[in-house]
Design a protein around this ligand. Structure first.
Ligand SMILES: [Zn+2]
Length: 311
């Protein structure tokens, strides 16, 4: 059972990541060589997916031996964790030629992750998201940021070590606050110019060094909508693998005031009554589109609209 009543897309890890054992090279080698091992595959950030008869998408499972062969070394092979059936790996493929048209023919199709999300199995979305974030980090951190020497993978992909200066490098997660400003029976949504026509969503921004979550929330609401936050309530959080964010969902009580978009990040802001917010969440508010249900923003709006002040 989940400890999180708001389990969002990309959360819901079903594997034992064995964080206390994977730094033992002998133990790790045994997991990678385990005949029960299976591997998911990503090619340039896109997962290899298979469609079931029910239309649900699942990550294709390659035989562990095949994954080891394709990886040709530890750098592109990731130990994701242990399932009840055995070790689960991920392999990072790149290049211009689609492997599903070659070596991996008949095993599935590499698919854009965002496009696949609505039909993707929840546990698989979590595995794919984690692998995507780690692979993206690996690609951008091949050299030691202390001395510039090439670094190498450790802990099955969860750490990098510099053989020259001994520095250790850990995958980064960037915290973002995402908040729904509310005042009495109204909530405020914002809209970016690049979004689909009519789309409105919660406000969001990165937490900066030296800021608490509450301070980042207050700063972003002030910068983006010119409103003053008087209280912040935590709602839930969502890992977001584009490339490696942790979205911290909040309800932000704001003081009375005129909301004005900053016109750089937001082109418009809009107050909705609770009943309009309900309609938006159900796709019934004319001319306005809610965020996608796979994003935490949708759940912030929906839960406030239907759940009342306690949300
Ligand atoms: Zn170094």
């Amino acid at each position: 059972m989940s400890a999180d009543p708001h389990q969002h897309t990309f959360a819901g890890n079903r594997l034992d990541r064995a964080g206390d054992r994977r730094d033992d090279p002998r133990w790790l080698a045994a997991q990678l060589a385990d005949p029960r091992a299976v591997s998911i595959a990503l090619w340039n950030g896109q997962p290899l997916l298979q469609e079931g008869e029910d239309g649900q998408l699942r990550a294709a499972r390659l035989d562990g031996g095949m994954a080891r062969e394709l990886a040709a070394g530890a750098e592109t092979l990731l130990f994701l964790g242990l399932s009840d059936e055995g070790p689960v790996l991920a392999i990072d493929l790149d290049g211009v030629a689609d492997p599903a048209e070659g070596t991996l023919q008949g095993l599935g199709r590499f698919t854009d992750l965002r496009a696949a999300l609505p039909a993707l199995d929840g546990g698989d979305a979590n595995m794919i998201g984690a692998a995507r974030s780690l692979f993206e980090w690996r690609r951008k951190h091949r050299f030691c940021s202390v001395c510039g020497h090439p670094s190498h993978t450790a802990e099955g992909g969860w750490r990098r070590v510099c053989p020259s200066c001994g520095a250790q490098h850990f995958p980064r997660v960037d915290p973002c606050v995402i908040m729904l400003p509310v005042r009495g029976e109204r909530c405020l949504l914002g809209r970016q110019a690049a979004w689909a026509p009519g789309r409105f969503s919660a406000l969001a921004g990165f937490v900066e060094p030296g800021e608490s979550v509450e301070e980042a929330c207050a700063r972003e609401v002030r910068e983006e909508a010119a409103l003053t936050v008087s209280a912040v309530r935590y709602h839930s959080s969502q890992p977001w693998p584009f490339p490696s964010n942790l979205m911290i969902g909040l309800i932000a009580e704001v003081e009375d005031g005129e909301a004005r978009p900053d016109l750089t990040e937001l082109e418009a802001v809009r107050w909705l009554t609770r009943s309009q917010a309900r309609d938006l969440a159900e796709g019934k508010l004319e001319g306005a589109l809610a965020p996608t249900r796979t994003a935490i923003a949708y759940h912030l709006i929906r839960d406030w609209a239907f759940g009342g002040d306690g949300v």
